[in-house]
Design a protein around this ligand. Structure first.
Ligand SMILES: Nc1ncnc2c1ncn2[C@@H]1O[C@H](COP(=O)(O)OP(=O)(O)OP(=O)(O)O)[C@@H](O)[C@H]1O
Ligand SMILES: [Mg+2]
Length: 335
């Protein structure tokens, strides 16, 4: 069913948009390339393609950092271009549903609404949705009737751990650990142990390939620059070593899950025990994380086939099913 509305998950790495007009999903890198002082050079996936390859006069950046809008001007530009592209050049008045992390300040929350209002996309209404509630719906949990649901969304800059019950958020914590920290740890370890300098994209590819490489009992092959010779080379990297360097970050996520569990009221704890933890977000797919969470907490861990899209799928549900409409809040700040 076509509706004049967009659902937006503004991730630190990927922007995901559900376009109600065409009933389609869209995902691109939440990135912008600016040439010189302020001339737009590229955006989205094309900006990402140039990342770590562009000359100094082209500045490529992520306007969302740690789950909140860090660079308002560039985020305005990006939203404007993405929505124009999705509207085939003629933007029509529409409602905007935007997912927002819970553990942020009121000013940071307002910035999501201001962004939509200021980016010239003809917003009729701007509604915010707690990101974890959208995640729950996107994983087919009826968040309005369920009690004691623990959702862990491991993204790029952040991990959000939230306890949901009866359509609300009981506890929530946003921590600065995610896929980016995993990539940085891999980069540092490869440099230290193999004298090899690799870029962020290579580190990310290595992280994603690890699971399969490990299953085949092989080592991973990466290209980089040898520190000693200063020349481009290819080296074999041990999967064991890569996983061992990720452990420190997994432990931070697990410690925070345990802290939330310790503060969970006992009746809700019993529900979590019965259903297990719901793990989602692109970063959650990293090898061994789900098993480690399960082992350290003694709880089952539910994973999803498409963890990158659970928030935006949840927004879809809120936009289409009237009984979930109350999960979207319209913020009025006099504008
Ligand atoms: N198969 C995979 N294995 C491991 N990591 C993966 C895989 N696929 C994607 N990722 C990681 O998922 C992360 C992006 O996930 P996601 O789109 O959920 O983050 P985000 O929503 O942009 O960030 P945040 O929620 O922190 O603002 C990246 O770090 C990426 O490397
Ligand atoms: Mg996210």
């Amino acid at each position: 069913m076509s509706i004049n509305a967009f659902g937006i998950d503004l991730g630190s790495s990927n922007i995901k948009i559900y376009n109600g007009i065409d009933d389609t999903y869209f995902m691109e890198k939440n990135m912008i390339a600016i040439e010189g002082r302020d001339s737009l050079f590229a955006y989205g996936d094309s900006a990402f393609d140039m990342y770590e390859k562009a000359p100094d006069n082209i500045n490529i950046s992520f306007p969302v950092a740690n789950g909140v809008i860090a660079d308002i001007k560039n985020m305005d530009t990006l939203i404007h271009y993405f929505i124009s592209d999705l509207s085939h050049g003629s933007v029509r008045p529409a409602d905007y549903y935007i997912a927002v992390p819970t553990d942020v300040t009121e000013v940071e929350r307002m910035a999501f609404c201001d962004l939509i209002r200021d980016s010239n996309v003809k917003a009729r209404r701007v509604l915010t949705v707690e990101k974890a509630l959208a995640d729950g719906l996107g994983m087919d949990i009826d968040v309005k009737t369920s009690q004691g649901v623990l959702v862990v969304d491991v993204g790029f800059d952040t991990t959000e751990i939230s306890l949901l019950s009866l359509g609300g958020i009981v506890l929530s914590r946003l921590i600065k650990v995610g896929g980016l920290k995993f990539d940085e740890a891999i980069k540092a370890t490869v440099r230290k142990e193999y004298n090899l300098v690799i870029g962020s994209k290579t580190a990310e590819k290595l992280k994603i390939a690890m699971r399969e490489v490990e299953e085949q009992n092989k080592n991973a092959i990466v290209y980089g620059r040898d520190i000693v010779m200063g020349l481009p080379v290819e080296k074999e990297i041990s999967t064991k070593l890569v996983f061992s360097c990720l452990k420190e970050h997994f432990d931070v996520i697990i410690d925070n899950i345990r802290q939330i569990l310790e503060r969970t009221p006992p009746e809700l704890g019993a529900d979590i025990y019965r259903h297990g933890i719901y793990l989602t977000g692109g970063g959650s797919q990293v090898g061994h994380l789900a098993e480690m969470i399960s082992r350290s907490t003694g709880l089952g861990v539910n994973v999803n086939d498409e963890p990158i899209a659970t928030v935006v799928k949840g927004l879809y549900t809120i936009m289409h099913e009237s009984r979930f409409a109350s999960l979207a809040t319209s913020l009025t700040n006099g504008k």
